[in-house]
Design a protein around this ligand. Structure first.
Ligand code: PRX
Length: 661
């Protein structure tokens, strides 16, 4: 305790921060927030002196040059810079610095789709060598610092290796989830003007093999920036390699050495772009930078999951999403953890697969999404009971609000009421976990994400932008002080970044979520307040899907809303006006869904499509989604005042389902 205090004092000399010497250097273990009193103290420290707080954590990392200033920000521009002037490479922190003490510890355990195929493991030393090799492959193929590399791959170890190799040479990775369609892929490639794409010949998904290369070939027909496509042989598919563009991963690897010094990066250099749906228009390429992202993901990983050296941590997400970036790759590796990657799906060969993996690898921390929890809860108990899952110490959930029933099932059946559930609230934009219990340290409360992490200052505001300072309160969730892992811009569209996050409430970051705060200050996320619907944990903007539907030659206009669904959390309900009543409704429905699957991806398919004579609109022509939502939820007794609508009659017609087929 004494050394902790003197350390704090040394760091904080009235705004001047002296860097720790090698002897004084602490580790993330030393700073672990492992009791409620420490949480309370850290939190107070982080609010009273944010710079001193983050400096202390940053000192535990490896720098080529330490920072001149911890943070500089301006909400208006908006501009946020953390650890200004510092130089580093994130992979030296994820790999090189562990080699002395932890070189032979497992960094990655990989579990294949098929349980009969051998799993693969990588020690930190092996992973370091593999990343260095692939860094050399990228360099050999003309990839330089600042170039954008698209990564469109299934959950194989080479995906993590590729991501780290980009970071090692200072290239910017843009991972696109391998379930997206060729159109979605080419849109993202073109937006970032990627030079190279990394992919595989195919994907195993449960009992199916998917032709990934075919999707890439289609996408690359309209992506002029792509020069090279490096293809990993995963399924031995019979594919065509386009001469002058496509090259084999293994052939390139055979040409290089396993030594590749890391590129020196500025703290604020771009690390990656990751696309997320917006409520309007095209996807937003969120830009994350090197130093701040590294520090917050490692710190939050260590403390939320209370990871201890030797634990095996399993996050079921895909690296195509932010959860995989921050809590499969960067956070765990920066913290020197063993992270488990799973290629397959929860239902293959049966719904016991996760528990089989937990038993096989003695998993200690298990992190998944409410939609998976609900799907698993619907299965027979034998699928759990036949496995010994007693190694589990901590359970995590992310991606959408978890309902009470699912929370209790998770707690009882999986956690055996001894494993705290960390309900982690955060976003692609926030880079790391913002509000969550720290396992076993801060109290949990079903369906509540509970308290902010040290360093994070959330608040609730009403529609007029006034902060709500008493409890309980319900309002829009904002963050009123910057944090290191926040996205710095939307790639190529800073104005949209400003408009989306910093304009609604001045001097604050607006999350797009609504939230309730109880008497004790615990936050519960109530859901999106914009036109984004979260389906099976995936963020789907309604506008981009409506745009696709409207492209169908028989569609005049459409509107999508979310409605509650037992497993997916929300499902999509589309109201569609057609030019000509179709002869076969189902055929048209099929065509519309097919168009969506091809243009966006199967995850955006509609669960219900109703053909309607019109859409309820305000006098200014805005679609009244509130009414459509109520109809979709079957809550038609309380539609509110509809008399001011431009076309009130249409509401009854929709409810009757009259027309309108
Ligand atoms: O609405 C919130 C919901 O997911 C949104 C962010 O989605 P995405 O950027 O795809 O990132 C998901 C993984 C971090 C948020 O605005 N959300 C995320 N976690 C939770 C949540 N809603 C309630 N509880 C959570 N734990």
């Amino acid at each position: 305790m004494v050394s902790e205090i003197t350390h704090e004092l040394k760091l904080h000399k009235i705004g001047i921060y002296e860097h720790a010497t090698e002897e004084e250097k602490q580790t993330l273990d030393d700073l672990q927030v492992d009791s409620f009193i420490k949480y309370y103290k850290s939190y107070q420290h982080s609010v009273n002196d944010p710079e001193g707080f983050w400096a202390q954590i940053a000192e535990t990392f490896t720098w080529r040059k330490k920072w001149d200033k911890i943070v500089e920000y301006d909400w208006e521009t908006p501009k946020f810079e953390w650890f200004k002037g510092a130089k580093l490479n994130i992979t030296e922190n994820c790999l090189d610095r562990h080699l002395d003490k932890r070189g032979d510890d497992l960094a990655i355990i990989w579990e294949p789709n098929d349980p009969n195929e051998a799993n693969r493991t990588f020690t930190y030393r092996e992973l370091h060598a593999e990343v260095s090799k692939f860094s050399n492959v990228l360099k050999n193929n003309g990839v330089e610092k600042g170039d954008r590399v698209c990564v469109y791959m299934p959950m194989v170890p080479e995906l993590a290796i590729a991501v780290l190799a980009c970071a090692r040479i200072g290239a910017v990775h843009s991972v696109v989830f391998a379930g997206f369609s060729s159109v979605a892929l080419s849109t993202r490639i073109n937006d970032a003007e990627c030079k190279v794409i990394l992919t595989t010949d195919g994907v195993y998904r449960g009992s199916k093999a998917v032709d990934l290369k075919g999707i890439v070939d289609e996408a690359l027909e309209s992506t002029p920036s792509i020069e090279t496509s490096i293809v990993l042989n995963r399924i031995n598919a019979n594919i065509t390699m386009k001469a002058g563009r496509d090259i084999w991963w293994h052939e390139e690897l055979a040409k290089v050495s396993d030594i590749c010094p890391a590129e020196e990066m500025d703290a604020e250099d771009m690390l990656f772009i990751l696309y997320t749906s917006g409520s309007t228009g095209k996807p937003k390429g969120m830009v994350h930078t090197c130093a701040g992202y590294m520090i917050h993901t490692a710190y939050s990983f260590k403390n939320v999951f209370q990871y201890k050296h030797g634990d095996v941590y399993f996050c079921t997400a895909d690296i195509g999403w932010i959860t995989g970036h921050s809590y499969i790759v960067y956070g765990p590796l920066a913290a020197g953890a063993t992270t488990l990657m799973f290629e397959g799906i929860p239902s293959y060969p049966d719904y016991g697969r996760f528990w089989e993996i937990v038993e096989k690898h003695q998993v200690n921390q298990f992190y998944t999404a409410p939609t998976a929890i609900r799907a698993l809860a619907a299965q027979p108990n034998e699928l759990i009971d036949k496995h010994d899952i007693s190694s589990i110490k901590v359970l995590g959930t992310v991606g959408e609000p978890i309902n009470e029933e699912a929370w209790h099932w998770y707690d009882e059946k999986i956690g055996k009421q001894k494993s705290p559930i960390v309900d982690t609230w955060w976003q692609t934009e926030t880079g790391g976990i913002m509000i969550s219990p720290l396992a076993g340290v801060t109290p949990t409360k079903p369906t509540f994400a509970t308290r902010p992490l040290p360093g994070i200052q959330p608040c609730l505001v009403n529609e007029n932008g006034e902060e709500l300072n008493t409890n309980p309160a319900e309002g829009r969730l904002c963050v009123k002080y910057p944090w290191p892992s926040m996205a710095r811009t939307i790639y190529g569209d800073h104005n949209r970044y400003k408009e989306t996050y910093f304009t609604a409430f001045s001097g604050k970051y607006f999350t797009g979520d609504g939230s309730f705060r109880d008497l004790e200050g615990n936050y519960r996320i109530t859901g999106r307040v914009d036109d984004v619907v979260i389906v099976s944990g995936h963020n789907l903007g309604t506008a981009p899907i409506e745009n696709v539907i409207n492209e169908h030659s028989n569609v005049v206009e459409s509107a999508i809303v979310g409605y509650p669904h037992d497993i997916k959390g929300n499902a999509l309900y589309a109201y569609v006006i057609v030019y000509e009543t179709p002869e076969n409704d189902d055929f048209l429905r099929h065509e519309i869904n097919d168009l969506i699957a091809r243009t966006i991806g199967p995850i955006a398919k509609l669960d219900k499509i109703q053909f309607v004579p019109g859409l309820p609109k305000t006098r200014s022509g805005k679609i009244m989604r509130r009414i459509l939502r109520k109809i979709a939820e079957n809550e038609t007794s309380n539609l509110g005042d509809i008399s001011t609508l431009l076309n009130p009659d249409v509401v009854q017609a929709i409810m009757d389902g009259s027309l309108v087929k």
